[in-house]
Design a protein around this ligand. Structure first.
Ligand code: GLV
Ligand code: MN
Ligand code: MN
Length: 415
């Protein structure tokens, strides 16, 4: 059964606009790195909206925010939705945010209709889905699901050597211990994340809704190289141990590992390449690389991972450069819950909105929520499949469709 719901698209657009303005960089660029001033202001903005919507708020020790609409039957496990509001450097305004502000609009639409949930509905705003500060994505959902232990989280360091404890304290979250973040595995009846596709398929096929069946397997490596610095004019070429050149060869080996996998689904990127000292007349002595490698299949991802990991010592030995190689995360893919997928598909059918089952090549907090409860995602198209860029765009109508599907699905599951 469908509820006669109305989505307030202009109000949602205003809120998307307002949150996009909370950024470390001028418009249209959105940058909100974990626990930066912009991230903290973004959190305040969302917290205020949750309060205005009459939700009951809790924040945990890593800053995950839980906003509850209590159901009439407190014995039923809640149904959850949500996403993230942090944004990588030079990002757009929709990644993650559509699943937070869109979910709030879904709740408001249900409230406007007079819907009274039997099962509690909870909005979760996850901390640091993006890996920018510590090199590891989904910090909040990893801790919450037990995929990352508090001990490992406490050992994380940013490029300046600062710890998570340092940043947590700075952000005002240092009261309770990280041990308290983990949730029970029967805590939620389900989790449904609304998100832009971040790929081109829905737009290309003119399908308004994607329903996610599986999420690809991500991994991240950090490579630190130490060569020998010196004067760019006086150290002759045979004497050099240039860390940048070793790093450049590593980056090429990363590309080769993906190309050689034999599968178009293997993708690898060296997205961080820091050089010290970074002066034109100085030989680079230190390099810091971060490498992102993913695949829909674990076996091909792991084969490419082994290729990269064996290329690094070979390159460094040949160039007389010391190296430290660290696996920041090596995750399995997630399968979504078939019953939840079917529920979302049924809602789309009732709404006469064409829908397509898909695999998510991007990772999401859903990858980790799937470890503790039945999970799926609702995708909407984005222009040209563009994401992680300031020109990321989904139209108000595309967003409205996604919010409507989410609202109807939540209503079905909470009624
Ligand atoms: C998420 O932002 C990802 O990189 O897939
Ligand atoms: Mn992202
Ligand atoms: Mn995202």
């Amino acid at each position: 059964m469908l509820y006669p719901l109305w989505i307030d698209s202009p109000r949602l657009q205003e809120q998307l606009e307002a949150l996009a303005a909370i950024s470390e960089a001028p418009p249209p660029v959105v940058t909100r790195v974990l626990f930066s001033e912009a991230d903290l202001r973004g959190r305040c903005f969302v917290r205020d909206l949750c309060r205005e919507t009459g939700l009951v708020i809790r924040e945990d020790a890593i800053g995950n925010l839980f906003a509850r609409w209590p159901g009439k039957d407190p014995h039923l496990a809640p149904i959850a939705t949500g996403s993230h509001i942090d944004a990588i450097p030079n990002a757009g305004r929709y990644d993650g945010v559509v699943g937070v502000l869109g979910a709030l609009e879904a709740v408001r639409a249900l409230k406007r209709h007079g819907f009274e949930p039997r099962r509690t509905i909870e909005l979760i705003v996850f901390t640091a889905e993006e890996p920018t500060r510590f090199g590891i994505g989904c910090l909040g959902s990893r801790l919450l699901s037990g995929a990352l232990t508090p001990e490992k989280a406490a050992a994380l360091r940013d490029p300046e050597g600062q710890t998570l404890e340092h940043w947590r304290a700075k952000a005002g979250y240092s009261g309770p211990h990280l041990n308290s973040v983990r949730l029970a595995s029967d805590g939620y009846a389900g989790f449904i994340e609304l998100h832009i596709e971040q790929g081109p398929l829905l737009e290309r096929e003119n399908v308004p809704i994607g329903v996610v069946e599986s999420i690809a397997a991500p991994s991240t490596l950090r490579v630190r190289l130490a060569g020998s610095g010196g004067h760019a004019g006086t150290v002759l070429m045979p004497e050099r141990r240039d860390a940048l050149l070793a790093g450049a060869e590593v980056a090429l080996a990363v590309e080769q590992a993906a190309l050689a996998s034999g599968s178009a689904d293997t993708v690898a990127t060296t997205g961080v390449f820091r050089i010290e000292p970074g002066a034109v007349n100085s030989i680079p002595s230190r390099v810091w690389l971060e490498i992102d490698l993913r695949d829909t299949q674990l076996t091909t991802r792991d084969a490419a991972l082994r290729r990269i990991e064996s290329a690094v010592p070979e390159i460094c030995q040949r160039r007389g450069v010391e190296f430290q190689l660290e696996r920041l995360n090596v995750d399995a893919p997630a399968s979504c819950d078939r019953a939840l997928v079917d529920t979302v598909l049924a809602v789309c059918r009732e709404l006469s909105l064409p829908a397509k089952k898909m695999t998510s090549r991007a990772y999401h907090d859903s990858l980790f929520m799937a470890r503790i409860c039945p999970t799926t995602m609702i995708f909407i198209p984005c222009r040209g499949g563009v994401s992680h860029r300031p020109d990321e765009y989904s139209s108000p109508d595309q967003i409205r469709d996604g919010v409507l599907v989410l609202a109807q699905t939540l209503a079905k599951l909470a009624a």
